[in-house]
Design a binder for this molecule. Structure first.
Ligand code: CO
Length: 132
């Protein structure tokens, strides 16, 4: 693991979230991107070597819609940058973590991503990401 690449935060309203985090961080988001496969639109803020990723559902079937329904707005996942995502998935699975996808998929911000089930990591949804 190289660093915390970003922290994903589920919000109900992206414009309101962008405004709140603009005030909090003192900088504008630099990118908005939809990930159709995940039914989300994302917005990114750079903060030092890491980022904040705001996530809003694009339809009721979105995992973000379900998350907010269950737990309200808030921290949704922590993303760690890795050198070799396939090797990390194999290493973590051998350590007892449960990958939600063994084959990395395309996420936002030019990343290959894979997730670990929160029940295997103290209730925290973990994202692994590798730039491409
Ligand atoms: Co993410």
């Amino acid at each position: 693991m190289l660093r915390i690449e970003h922290i994903g935060i589920a919000v109900r309203d992206l414009a309101a979230g962008n405004e709140l985090f603009r005030k909090l961080l003192g900088s504008e988001h630099y990118k908005t991107e939809s990930v159709e496969s995940e039914h989300v639109t994302t917005s990114f803020f750079q903060i030092g070597e890491s980022k904040i990723e705001l996530l809003v559902a694009t339809d009721p079937e979105s995992p973000i819609a379900k998350f907010i329904e269950k737990r309200g707005e808030g921290i949704h996942h922590i993303a760690f940058e890795v050198h070799d995502i396939r090797a990390e998935i194999a290493r973590l699975e051998a350590e007892g973590f449960i990958p939600l996808n063994r084959e990395p998929k395309r996420g936002a911000d030019n990343k290959l991503v894979a997730f670990l089930h929160p029940k295997s990591s103290n209730g925290v949804l973990v994202e692994l990401c590798q730039s491409y």
